[in-house]
Each structure stands twice: as structure tokens, then as C-alpha cells.
Ligand binder design. Sequence first.
Ligand code: ASP
Length: 339
Amino acid sequence: MSSILIIYTGGTIGMVKDEKTGMLKSFDFDSLLKEIPEIKKFAHHINVKSFDTPIDSSNMQPSHWIKMAEIIKENYQQNDGFVILHGSDTMAYTASALSFMLENLNKPVIVTGSQLPIGVLRTDAKENLLTSIEIATTQLNGKSIVPEVSIYFEYNLYRGNRATKTSAEEFKAFTSPNFPVLAEAGVNLKFNYPLIRPHHNEALKLNLNFDNNIATLKMYPGISPEFVKAVIHTANLKGIILETFGAGNATTESWFIELLNEAIKKGIVVLNISQCQGGTVEQGKYETSSFFNKMGVISGKDLTYEAATTKLMYVLGLGLSYQETIQLLQQNLRGEQTV
Ligand code: ASP
């Protein structure tokens, strides 16, 4: 009989409508379980750990990621897989962060939630939770099939650090614009075996030092020198996510180039990702990105915004030299970017 640990953090899946205000608020895991008696039909041993106060995932912080990673580490040997119940708003950030925190992961960590609360008649919560448990416990030759951090939502299993929330309306809340799904749930579970990350021989290692001294600079026509100055002069700033146009392009106005140069000379790491969801940054393809290579802006290739921010926090948290930091950022560490 396989064992699974459910970690309940909050999110719409476990919310009820406050009758007075009409607003959705989290309830405890026992109330959630009452709504889903089917869970008892599994022939698995189901353990549960719950946040003392379940939260809307818009309140999620790196300290919560650490809590989840520590719970997984403490319960790693006793369980074959982990299902994290989480709000969808920041689910892709948590899944990306956990992929960097949990080095040499050999067991499935599936993050799931729902668009409608579990108590609502048309809820998507039941299917999402039950299939996540099924996938987390599915094995082949005594080994879990998906030994990585993933997101399960509306019949699709995504690599966690490739997924992004793209709809606040559809049950299919997530997409993975630059990487195929790891599995599809229909009548059968269809796994995309060649794409799933391999098992490791080394022991699980936790990386908990995330450095949040980062900022995002999103390009838009009309961006002003005052705004860019304010960003690069942020106290203790160590890294900038530069969200550029198309294949990694930005204005070539001299004030912009000078300010960016000033930031890099101060030792601030600049990681270039595209505002487009699909495709990749190709610095030097256009004149409007050729100056980036010369000044040492790093191409974030096809990283999602969620993977870029968490990867930058993770790599900066390692406390490496500037050269080592930019080298590591360019590597594919957990399947988050195409090489
Ligand atoms: N605001 C909710 C949350 O992220 C939305 C959801 O769960 O889908 O916690």
C-alpha cells in the first residue's frame, strides 16, 4: 500500500462564501475532507499536514515555500509522493520555487487546487485532487513515474517551472507555453515518458536561502528615465528581471543603455525574459537587443516569469561570485529552460 502526504496550504479549493460579506475565505482541512468522501476509497495510506492558518495564495511568501520544502524533507522517507493543495494565483511561483529548493528530488510533488471551491456543485476540485493523488502514487518497476515538481490542473500535468496561470475564468487555468505536458488524464493516464525528469542517485538536498533583493523592469513604449533610475537605485538590489519585447528587444535610447550599464557595473545581475509567453529570447537577433550581449545582460531564454523570479532568488541566495552567479543562471538547472 503506498503512502502519500497531502499538504494543505489554502486556496479556493478549501474556501467557503462568508454569508455576510459574500467573500471567499479559507476553511480547515477537516471541513474540506467532508466534501470529498471519495478519498477514502483509495487503497493508499493518506497522511495530511495543514498550514495552521490556510491562506489565499496571494499571501504566499518565500517563508511559506520553505515551510513546504521542510515538511517534504521531514516526511520524505515515509511517503511515496506529495500533493500540495494551493491557490492557483501563485501556484506556478510555488512550483518553480520548490523545483529549485528540492535538489535531487526522486518522488512526485504535485501542486494542485481549483477554480471553484470543493463544496460547490460544479467544482473542479474533486477531479484535480483525486487525479493528483493517483498520479503521485503511480509507479513503474517500483519507482514513481514523475519524480519532479509538477502542477496538475484540468486533466493536464505540467512541469511546475514551465507552467503559468493564464485564465482566471476557465477551468483550464494553466498553460505551459514552451514545454509539452508531462501527462494527460483521459480514460487512461498518458505519460509523456521521454520528457519526464530522471531519478537521481544522490540524497534529497534542500536549498532554502532565497534572496528576494530583486526587481522587475517591464519595458513599455514611453518608459521614463526616472522610473528606470528608481528601479536600479532600489536599496540592496542584486538582480533585475528585464521583461522585454518579442525575442528580447528593448529601446536603444542612450539613457536606457547607460542606466543599465550602470546597474551591471554595480554588480546587479540583469536577466532578460520576454513579455511573450511563447518563444525565446535571442539576444542579437535584432539591433534592439544586440547591445545586451556586449554589456553582459543574461538571456533568460524561454523562462516563464515565475521560473525567472524564483531562479534568480535561488541563485542569488547561493552567495556565489558575480561570474559564478551569471554562469549558473544560464544553465538549465531543473528543466526550467530549453538549452
Ligand atoms: N485567490 C485564490 C488563491 O490563489 C485563487 C485560487 O485558488 O484559484 O488562493
